[in-house]
Design a protein around this ligand. Structure first.
Ligand SMILES: Nc1ncnc2c1ncn2[C@@H]1O[C@H](COP(=O)(O)OP(=O)(O)O)[C@@H](O)[C@H]1O
Ligand SMILES: [Mg+2]
Length: 375
């Protein structure tokens, strides 16, 4: 079975690392010559809308999926004329545009921040004044890792935000004062089987995910997150892994965004769950039975941003799992992660304490103390 993947980044790379033992082979389409999934499959290096490249991919594979939600919808749609493409392209349409995504959440009865469409300076001023401060101005399309966003603290900062982002389709959102961020990862197979991973607690710095802990101590929020995920899965006739990011606020969960794909907040599942999100994504799109999502103890995942540190410190601990994506160092870029796994939360805390030297500043910012206090 050959799987075609639109996008050849670290998510595609980890997907192939899960799929090869299942007997699959991988072909990636990515415009970057040094796309890091190239070492685990064939790489077609071309723009996502290159018709010859899409035809070459369709010829080479049996099924298509994505590691990136910003591929042109038209490419996914045209591929779906000749072979199965999962998740269906409709999920891309919703998640590529923050305005459509928020509208979709509110139509489905899933709480999200107040939002307004912004196409002009006047739109921005009136929406911000009505919504109140602080608020967050975001590009509707192509944002990731906090890029294309400005927090507007007060009326004086409106002009700066407009001069930074104006001239493209924008959305203004109320700033949500959350206690913590949580995500849910669900998988639904083409046969309709649905499974959920435990909720993950996530910390961001400058809009970039730096740490995930699982399983989060989330009590009744687990059922609520699952109910919201089911609405999304049902409304999109979804197949594959789906992620929804939430803010935990006093009276429940507020949806922030969704990703129609495997997700950084699920990387802990490689080393900390019976079946990884990557394996379950592949099983789901193949129509195979899904694997257990049970956690194996407790896990902490720390992202390496910008450049990989020396692994020798972290690897001197037996419970560390090292993941180097083989990407060139660049400020703000996710280049790898480490997962630390322990029998339970207390043991995880002790284990992370031992890592203090190896992990340095990042451990201080990681939120591990709040996470363990919450349990
Ligand atoms: N409306 C908001 N209120 C408070 N924090 C926000 C809001 N929107 C985004 N953030 C913060 O910025 C991070 C990145 O924003 P997000 O909308 O998830 O975009 P991205 O696609 O870059 O991940 C969030 O995880 C959260 O920490
Ligand atoms: Mg996000």
């Amino acid at each position: 079975m050959k799987v075609g993947v639109l996008g050849g980044g670290q998510l595609g790379r980890m997907m192939a690392l899960a799929g090869v033992p299942l007997g699959q082979e991988f072909v990636f389409l990515d415009p970057a010559e040094d796309a890091c999934a190239g070492v685990v499959g064939d790489l077609i290096c071309a723009p996502y809308d290159d018709e010859a490249a899409l035809a070459q991919l369709a010829d080479a594979v049996d099924i298509v999926t994505y590691d990136f939600e910003n591929v042109p919808v038209a490419s996914a749609r045209s591929l779906s004329d000749s072979l199965p493409v999962f998740p269906r392209y409709q999920a891309l349409e919703v998640s590529q545009d923050r305005l459509r995504e928020k509208t979709f959440f509110s139509d489905a009865g899933i709480p999200c921040a107040l939002f307004a469409s912004v196409d002009s300076y006047d739109d921005l001023v009136s929406a911000a004044d009505e919504m109140g401060y602080p608020c967050v101005l975001k590009t509707r399309r192509m944002g990731y890792d906090g890029k294309g966003q400005r927090i507007i603290q007060d009326r004086q900062q409106v002009d700066q935000a407009w001069s930074d982002l104006g001239g493209q389709a924008l959305i203004l959102e109320a700033f949500v004062r959350f206690k913590r961020e949580l995500s849910i990862i669900a998988a639904r197979s083409t046969r309709g089987e649905t499974v959920f991973y435990p909720l993950t607690e996530n910390r961001h710095k400058d809009g970039i995910l730096i740490t995930s802990f699982a399983p989060a101590n989330a009590g009744l929020l687990v059922e609520r997150a699952r109910a919201y995920a089911i609405k999304v899965l049902d409304n999109l006739d979804y197949c594959g892994v789906l992620t929804i990011e939430f803010f935990d606020v006093d009276d429940g969960l507020v949806a922030n965004e969704m990703a129609p794909r495997v997700h950084n907040s699920g990387h802990w599942t490689i080393d900390g769950a019976v079946t990884s999100q990557f394996e379950n994504h592949l099983r789901a799109i193949m129509g195979w039975p899904l694997g257990s999502t049970d956690p194996v103890g407790a896990s902490a995942m720390l992202n390496w941003i910008g450049a990989m540190p020396d692994p020798s410190n972290a690897l001197s601990y037996p419970n560390a799992h090292w993941h180097d994506y083989g990407k060139k160092p660049r400020a703000g870029r996710k280049v790898g992660h480490v997962t630390i796994n322990a029998e339970n939360i207390l043991a995880l805390q002790a284990e992370l304490g031992k890592f203090a030297l190896a992990l340095g500043e990042q451990l201080k910012e990681s939120g591990v103390e709040a996470f363990t206090r919450g349990h």
